[in-house]
Structure formats: C-alpha cells, structure tokens
Write a protein that binds this ligand. Structure first.
Ligand code: C5P
Length: 408
C-alpha cells in the first residue's frame, strides 16, 4: 500500500501554463490512493477547466470563497481542517507573494492561512520572475515560516526562455508528498552535514576555492529535516537559503569547517560529508595584499588540509558516516577504496567528467557499503537527496552484520 493511501490532500492550482501538469499530478495522487480536493484560483481556470479536475479527483472543485452553496457543502475552514497536506502546484509568483504577506482574499489563500497542516508550494514562473529579489524575499519568508518549497526545476520554459522556474514534474511532486506525509524516517536522530566549498586565504583579498554549489548538501539537509531529524548544516560560502528547520553554521576554510564539525560531532548520530573541502591551503597567509613583482612566475607553497570525514570516522564512538566521491572512471573500485581508506560506512559516488556531474539537472548516485552497491537516479538532486535519506534510514534500522552474526 502506498504511503499516500487514504491521505487527504488539498491541491491548490493557480494561474500558469503549468496548471495542465496539475491535472496529471491529481491523477497520480488519486492512483496512489490519496483523497484529493482541488481548489482553483480564477486565473487557473483560464488555463484548465474545473471539470478536468473534477473528473480526475472524483470530487467537486472549489473555486469561490463567497459561494453560499459551496460553503454549505464544505466551507473554507472545514476544507483547511480536512487536509492532511495543502500543496499549491503550480504556485505563481503572485500567489507566493500573497501567501508571504498573509492575504486571505480568495479561497486558496484563505485556506492556506487557516490550515494547521503542512503547506508546500511548487513554484512555476518565468525565470526572470523567479530570480527577482521580490520573489526571493517572499520565498525566504515562506521558508522561515516552515512552508516547504518544492523546486522549481530548471530547463526550457513555455515562454521560450531557459532557466530556473519550471514546476517540478508530477511524478517528483508525488514523491515529495509521500515524503511530507510519510513516516518520519529519521525522527529522534541528529544529522550533521557539511556542504559547499571551502575558501583558503592567500592574503586579505585572495583565496583558493572550487565551484561547489552546495546544492546536494542543502537538499540532503532539507530532506533529513523533513524526515524528522534534528539537522546541523556546516556550510562553506554559498548563496543558498537555509532549509526550514535546519540549524546552519557558516564557515570559510577547511580548518574552520573541521572546528565546527568537532563542536557538534558528539551529539550526532549520522555524519554526511558532502563538502568539497580544499585538499591544500597556502602554507602562509600574507597579512597584507601580495604585490606583484618583476618575476615571470611564482611558486605557491601549499600545506595539507585535515581530512574532516576521515577524522570523524576515526573517532570512537562515532556516528554513522557517509562520504561522497566524484569519480571519472572505475567508479566501483575507486569508491570502495575511498570508503575503506576513510573508514566510512557508506560512500555515494557520482560520475563526473566533461559536462557531467557539475550543476547537472539530472544525475545518478551509486551507494557503496559493506553489502554491495545500489544505484539512485537519474534524477534531480532533491529527489536523489530524498532517496539517499531513505537508504540511510533503511541501513540504520537494519541489523548490522555483527548483530546478524550474533543471532542464533
Ligand atoms: O578524498 P576526497 O576529497 O575524494 O573525499 C571526498 C569525501 O571526503 C567527501 O565526502 C568530502 O566531503 C570528504 N572530505 C573531507 N575533508 C577533506 C576532504 C574530503 O571531509 N579534507
């Protein structure tokens, strides 16, 4: 039986071309056994008719706040109480702005304000509108209030542009709902995660770093928090908003990251190292800006940085340790060798090379542990993060090899 069977989902549909995908989403939800009630804004009805959603959900579609007949059947407060989850998909820029400011001037925004159930929104808009500081501020407001922001994805847009702002695909949204309503797989666990790049100072204005975006680590942190864990995220310098319910500690260098990890590791049950930690740092940091001279070249002396993951794995007692490995070839051999050399419980390998692995919309992860390997994806990083959290929870709940050997 699916995790969505008998669950009550209120789907809000707002005005945007992605409204047609909400029809497919409704079909997938009902197929998974969920009870779906659809609320449409006026603009949404310009894109898809209520009859489509009525046929797919098997329920009357709600469109008006002040319709006496509809209110008599199931009023807006009743609808808000009825839902186990309210999800707005697609959520237009205008709807996000109105939710951020607590408006209640139509049925959907009123329900969003009146519900005590989890609220999730799947933004869908033109990429310039998504990137606009006004939208970014509104999204951040919702996030800090505990609203789950699902996506958006990037790619081709209906307006002919390419970029971030596409609604997540219906099948992905179905997975998101399962996670939001499913068993809290990591309830009671404390997860410590490293993410992003590190910056190794050369002088007061220069540093050595890398292109890590932190997206995977932040997605894992969000997913772990949704799975009920207490999450501490130690992040190198990235421009990302902190996922709801996550405690974030910002650091710059590898050594600062190690200090932050050491401060929190004793309380952690699970350690997930996604950070792209610089292997080396300049041996000396100049106090003043280094001036150029007449010489043609210069040699930079580098010192080895601590291996944060290996140091955590060497502790006793220690949390369940998960590392990442970016491999160009012989993925299985290299990943297993890395797992053994660091002493990690699980290594997640992603294949990288020209054009693959960095900032890709879709990628795969291959998980290696004592028992062999399993492949996740291809999928976007948010979906991979959710599946990884599921895989970790499964491994933690399964008896360990020693425990199994002890069983008569
Ligand atoms: O040795 P390599 O950099 O390939 O190992 C990658 C894994 O080890 C990642 O999980 C990364 O976060 C972690 N790591 C670390 N400290 C380092 C280098 C890597 O925690 N100095």
């Amino acid at each position: 039986m699916s995790g969505l069977a008998e669950r009550r989902i209120l789907l809000g549909v707002t005005g945007g071309i992605a409204a047609y995908k909400a029809a497919e989403f409704t079909r997938l939800l009902t197929k998974a056994g969920a009870q779906v009630r659809v609320v449409m804004t006026r603009a949404a009805q310009d894109f898809v008719g209520p009859l489509t959603f009525q046929a797919l959900s098997g329920e009357k579609v709600h469109t008006d706040l002040l319709d006496p007949d509809a209110e008599a059947a199931m009023g807006h407060i009743e609808l808000a109480r009825w839902a186990d989850l309210v999800i707005v998909a697609p959520a237009s820029a205008d709807c996000i702005a109105r939710l951020a400011h607590g408006h209640a001037d139509d049925l959907l925004t009123t329900i969003c304000l009146a519900t005590e159930s989890p609220l999730a929104v799947a933004p869908a808009m033109n990429q310039v509108m998504w990137a606009h500081p006004a939208t970014a501020e509104n999204v951040e407001r919702l996030r800090t209030r505990g609203v789950t922001i699902l996506g958006p994805a990037s790619g081709d847009q209906a307006c002919g542009e390419t970029g971030s702002g596409r609604m997540r695909e219906p099948a992905e949204l179905l997975g998101d709902c399962t996670e939001l309503l499913g068993p809290r797989l990591l309830a009671g666990q404390h997860v410590l995660i490293t993410a992003g790049p590190t910056r190794e100072a050369l002088d007061p204005v220069r540093y050595l770093s890398n292109h890590s975006s932190g997206r995977m680590g932040f997605a894992i942190a969000a997913s772990a928090a949704r799975a009920g864990a207490r999450v501490t995220l130690v992040s190198g310098p990235v421009e990302r908003s902190t996922p709801a319910g996550v405690e974030r500690i910002d650091v710059d260098s590898a050594r600062a990251m190690q200090t932050a990890v050491e401060t929190h590791i004793d309380a952690a049950d699970i350690f997930i190292a996604t950070a792209a930690v610089a292997d080396y740092r300049p041996s000396e940091v100049a106090e003043r800006k280094i001036k150029k001279g007449d010489e043609d070249g210069r040699t930079l002396a580098l010192a080895r940085n601590p291996d944060i993951l290996a140091a955590v794995c060497a502790r006793s007692p220690r949390p369940y340790c998960v590392g990442f490995a970016a491999e160009t070839d012989a993925v299985a051999e290299n990943a297993q060798a890395k797992r053994r050399s660091k002493g990690a419980d699980l290594i997640c390998a992603n294949t990288v090379g020209a054009g693959i692995g960095f900032g890709d919309v879709e990628s795969t992860l291959e998980l290696f542990d004592d028992h062999g390997s399993v492949r996740l994806g291809p999928a976007d990083k948010e979906t991979l993060a959710r599946e990884l959290i599921g895989a970790i929870a499964e491994r933690l709940s399964a008896p360990s090899r020693e425990q199994r050997n002890e069983t008569p």
